[in-house]
Design a protein around this ligand. Sequence first.
Ligand code: SF4
Length: 401
Amino acid sequence: MKPLPLSGQATAVAGMSNQTGRMVLRVRTVADGRGDIGTHDIALVRNMDDAASARASGFQAACLVGGGADLGNIFPQHIKLPGQFAYLGDGDIIGLQPHSRKLRVLYRRGSSHNAFLVTERCNHYCLMCSQPPRDIDDGWILDEIADALPLIDPTTRTIGFTGGEPLLEWRRFVALLDATRMLLPDTSVHVLTNGRGFASAEVVSAWAAVGHPQLCAGIPLYSSVSDIHDYVVQARDAFDETVLGILRMKDKAQRVEIRVVLHKITAPRLVETCTWIARNLPFVDHVALMGLENTGFALANQDALWIDPIDYKQDLATGVSILDSVGLAVSVYNLPLCLLDREIWRFAVQSISDWKNAYLPICDGCAVRSSCAGFFSTGRMRESVGLQAVADHYSMVSGST
Ligand code: SF4
């Protein structure tokens, strides 16, 4: 199981440079690019015939994937990418550093799981962080996203912003949300943030002033016990500030999702956590109870974190029913159906991003594979003893066989 490569290095970059040392490029197939070619557009070509057509169509630069052809005579400006990027298609966006030839795929038009990493910096140091924070000057990423936003297909249904902690540079980030609202008014925007920034009324006011009707903050809350939450995120007073932030956000009628990641420290208190959320925060918009992605710090700390989901199966079913009983929208993310009580199958979501979603050989004969979240292909997968192909079809809506 391997995730789709979203970063790498071009094998060649010719005639491409600018003063910032980085470029944002949208790849276009020749037919789709005809008559509508912007300065950021680059023709996606597979061979010399494609290149000749692209030149005739007016493209100034080309991107050759997985081939050894010499484009120099047709396109003095070009890049060549290794075959692992053969999945690139019309409208996809890449960020390129010409001098180092490093590139990242920022957006795939055909995907419903596009998320922009806003920063690698964070004021938490979560035990299971899948994107371990780095204390580096990466403010350029916000500029890169600002360059990419106008190139995104406006019919895109949803995009995410993640980190690190996006609110560390909240003024610049809110400006980015403003641009998103103007450029992509019909796109839902989901921001993963630890929520502590919302303890500031000034930040909440600025966020609310964005006025995007489909803007939601996904905020982790790992326990109703403040010390446990603070321990999981390795930050003193994090619980108090996070809860205050959630309250301030709801006071301004902003959309908030609470996220609870389940592992050996949080799962044993899951029923208590769900009860606390149901009693104290019943006005949030969504609660996601989430299986662990065994990568990043979760790998380093797996002795402290790994718990077989089958061991919290019953508590998860109870927690979901508690939240559901007070009218809260609740979902189960990242967990295979065969590890869930059938009573909560209707809450299970195929939540794992397409580029890192995979299934096991055992899944081939499973009746519910097409509805199952499957597994993360990142990191090192731990297999539950409870995995088993489901033999019978099952109504996901009614919750009955
Ligand atoms: S066997 Fe595979 S497809 Fe079937 S429920 Fe389990 S994990 Fe999902």
